[in-house]
Design a protein around this ligand. Structure first.
Ligand code: BGC
Length: 508
């Protein structure tokens, strides 16, 4: 009896102990879980705070865009008034007439942009803007040539050019004929004439020191003659100018061209009398294409964040190309990476994968665009890109959503700033609908203004294009915006240079 009672008592105590133990363990687990959840919420909250702060810093309200429009127009005036009067260089191109569709014959162009160069052979029909044929060959520039000597880069290009001409030149019957080349050189150049100019500086990561201050046409012609190539640079143009030429060839209402690729820039047709810094400049047409070099545009109204400042500080061309660093393909992915990396440092939303985001320029803009445009419900593409390109495994869905948000903020800001830049140009030439007849109204109608927009970023990033168009309409209002047409051409900068080579040809 006693034993039983004792046993029951013992068991009761043991049972009680176990129950208490279980309760303690459950409580502890609950406390841990609640604690973890609270920590996770705190962590998430920190990532959200980084996002909010960034989003606010990138604000492109309509009021701010209008300030950027005004600043662009004011800086254009200042850059036309004197050299060094503005960060906008407003470079003369000496292109005073644009192709009109009568050009005829076979012309070549060489398009040297950033990471590659293209050679084009264009056959022009001579009537009603007929491009009978065009062939394009694209070649990457080896990395070592981007930081070496200009002679080496141009020798490499001349050899490639010669091979291409040997392969394709059968269409030309006269081997003694000196071929005419349109040279698209997409860097800031102070032109001496329409076919020659001095390199001011490099952009887009190229740095060949011994080229600065040299006439790039002369450098190329010397390289071509070293290879025995019977070729002359008939015209030296910026890529924006090539694009404008092709646009005008197809549509005479074309007034400006914008490139949004690795770098960014714009050019437009200006009245010579407005180019105050070159008094006495006379052209047959009364106008001249001006290469704005808008990548270096700067205004205190630009929405600049600490990420932009850090990117600029660590770049090889600090305090230069401020607008370009907020807009173009070379930089957008890097801005996204910097924001995500900060989130990863402030919180654990990316788990222990944060260090994968520490390498500068490891997130390239085409990848950013693919993540941004991932419309699968579980953001499969984002997961794949983070895994395959940054080595980040198993990033949770809500962190992937955060990645897409950051891409959206960066792309939207860039596209809206381009829109403000375009409207700034329209304002400068009196086509933005803001003041009476000069606004573009003739006989009660608004004049059509065609702007060519080109470049890899623009061509391959649909959301960017949508944001840009939407912002142009938002700034101008629907009625004026209806008459502003954005057109794109493939290979416009190269074909346009061949067209200009034709219109500037000595064989014409
Ligand atoms: C260059 C411009 C060029 C633009 C687009 C910029 O970095 O300074 O000359 O037109 O890139 O290629």
């Amino acid at each position: 009896m006693r034993i039983d009672e004792g046993g029951r008592g013992l068991m009761g105590r043991v049972g009680f102990g176990v129950a208490v133990g279980c309760a303690v363990v459950s409580c502890a687990i609950a406390v841990i879980l609640v604690g973890r959840r609270a920590r996770r919420r705190r962590q998430w909250g920190r990532a959200v705070a980084v996002l909010r702060e960034f989003e606010e810093g990138c604000s492109t309200s309509i009021g701010r865009l209008r300030q950027v429009v005004d600043a662009m127009a004011v800086e254009m005036h200042a850059g036309l008034a004197s050299d060094g009067g503005s960060k906008l260089k407003m470079l003369l191109t000496f292109v005073d007439s644009l192709p009109d569709g009568q050009e005829m014959g076979i012309y070549y162009s060489l398009d040297l942009g950033a990471t590659n160069f293209r050679v084009l052979q264009v056959e022009l029909g001579g009537r009603n803007s007929m491009i009978l044929r065009h062939k394009v060959e694209s070649h990457p520039i080896p990395q070592y040539l981007m930081t070496g000597k200009i002679e080496d880069l141009f020798d490499f290009i001349a050899i490639t050019l010669q091979n291409i001409i040997d392969k394709n030149g059968v269409a030309e019957h006269n081997p003694d004929l000196r071929r005419e080349l349109g040279f698209t050189f997409s860097f800031p150049v102070r032109q001496i004439s329409s076919s020659s100019g001095i390199l001011i500086r490099w952009t887009k990561g190229i740095s060949i020191e011994n080229a600065i201050g040299k006439d790039v046409t002369q450098c190329l012609e010397e390289a071509m003659s070293r290879r025995g190539l019977n070729m002359r640079v008939a015209v030296l143009v910026n890529d924006t100018v090539g694009s404008l030429a092709l646009g005008h060839y197809h549509d005479e209402d074309t007034v400006a061209a914008v490139v949004i690729g690795t770098g960014t820039n714009a050019c437009y047709v200006e009245l010579t009398e407005a180019i105050i810094k070159s008094q006495g400049l006379l052209t047959n047409s009364g106008g001249m294409v001006v290469n704005m070099e808008w990548g270096s545009f700067w205004s205190s109204h630009l929405p600049r964040t600490p990420y932009d400042i850090a990117l600029d500080d660590e770049s090889p061309n600090r305090n230069e190309q401020g607008f370009e660093k907020m807009i173009s393909g070379m930089y957008l992915g890097e801005i996204v990476r910097r924001v995500l990396y900060r989130m990863a440092q402030e919180s654990d939303i990316f788990g222990d994968a944060a260090h994968f985001m520490s390498a500068p320029f490891s997130l390239r803009t085409p990848l950013m665009a693919s993540m941004h445009e991932d419309d699968s419900p579980d953001l499969k593409e984002v997961a794949k890109i983070l895994r395959e390109n940054l080595g980040m495994q198993d990033v949770p869905l809500r962190a992937r959503r955060m990645v897409v948000r950051v891409c959206d903020i960066v792309a939207r800001r860039a596209a809206r700033l381009v829109a403000a830049g375009i409207v700034g140009i329209l304002k400068k030439i009196g086509r933005d609908g803001s003041d009476g007849v000069a606004t573009g109204r003739t006989k009660g109608e608004f004049r059509r203004s065609v702007i060519v927009v080109e470049g890899g970023l623009y061509a391959s990033y649909e959301l960017f294009r949508e944001y840009l168009k939407e912002a142009v309409a938002e700034i101008l209002g629907e009625e004026v915006a209806r008459n502003v047409v954005l057109r794109t051409f493939e290979d416009g900068s190269g074909i346009g240079a061949a067209l200009l080579a034709a219109s500037h040809s000595s064989n014409r």
